[in-house]
Design a protein around this ligand. Structure first.
Ligand SMILES: C[S@@+](CC[C@H](N)C(=O)[O-])C[C@H]1O[C@@H](n2cnc3c(N)ncnc32)[C@H](O)[C@@H]1O
Length: 252
């Protein structure tokens, strides 16, 4: 089961104010034009601002609950004619061929694909869907092995917020395995009622990080040619200290 079936109800509140990547997508969209594909689009956090800027988009996601949150937001913004949502797996979903000018996966989402076969299948799918002049963009975090090795699975208070009159307190823990390049993330969402009684939802999932040359090899195997690697949403050079590992590639 996709972990986001449970997380969907909290996703927009968790990501509230997370807009630091949007100017990059606007800039890329202006550079390529549309139509644009967002794989793993979730609740439409990136789709909506791009559609408002006039671009034609298709969003793909495996989680129906995430898409069901996106749909009314798209309708309320009168963007039904700008955004098509497709429910399916990025690895296998049938997409129009040689159609998109830009295809991207935002905010570490590619890291949900922990198996090489799934990573390659998704990249190959995106490759087939891009026009020959199109561009691929992947946004990954830049793994810091020292920091990752120190992760001790300690449960920390992450944030608290009101959601539909409920008080939600979120705790997160992370442990890492350098050999398998995986983070196991545990989220507790505690919902407090007026009497102080707590209902807890537990979510636990694994993501897989990538190193720079590994992603270059993956892209080459999927038929892409690397165009650029950046270390931030401001397109700074990629260094050891970079917060992001942003990869731009074109179909060969
Ligand atoms: C971190 S969220 C990102 C949502 C959105 N792109 C954003 O930036 O806010 C990751 C999304 O990837 C989706 N996802 C995970 N595995 C997937 C797969 N194999 N195929 C399609 N979507 C997938 C999840 O359902 C979830 O909505």
């Amino acid at each position: 089961m996709n972990i986001y079936h449970d997380l969907a109800q909290f996703y927009d509140a968790d990501l509230k104010g997370h807009t630091e990547d949007l100017s990059l997508y606007r800039e890329m969209a202006q550079r390529t034009g549309g139509p644009i594909l967002e794989m793993m689009c979730g609740t439409g956090r990136v789709l909506l601002p791009l559609a408002k800027a006039g671009f034609q988009l298709t969003g793909v996601d495996l989680s129906l609950p995430m898409l069901e949150i996106a749909r009314p937001k798209i309708a309320a913004a009168n963007l039904n004619d700008k955004i098509s949502l497709l429910h399916g797996d990025a690895c296998t979903i049938a997409l129009p061929q040689k159609h998109f000018a830009l295809a991207f996966i935002a905010l570490n989402s590619f890291m949900h694909l922990t198996k090489i076969a799934d990573q390659l299948a998704t990249l190959a799918n995106m490759h087939r869907s891009l026009t020959s002049e199109g561009l691929l963009l992947l946004d990954l975090f830049n793994p810091d092995p020292v920091a990752l090795a120190k992760e001790d699975n300690r449960m920390l208070l992450d944030r608290q917020y009101k959601l539909n009159e409920r008080l939600i307190v979120k705790f997160t823990a992370s442990e890492s395995d350098l050999a398998t390049q995986t983070n196991i993330l545990t989220y507790f969402y505690d919902e407090l009622d007026a009497e102080g009684h707590v209902t807890r939802q537990l979510s636990r999932f694994t993501i897989r990080w990538f190193y720079r040359y590994e992603i270059e090899h993956l892209l080459a195997r999927a038929g892409f040619q690397l165009q650029a690697i950046y270390g931030s949403y401001e397109l700074d050079s990629y260094t050891s200290e970079s917060p992001r590992l942003l990869v731009v590639a074109s179909p060969q």
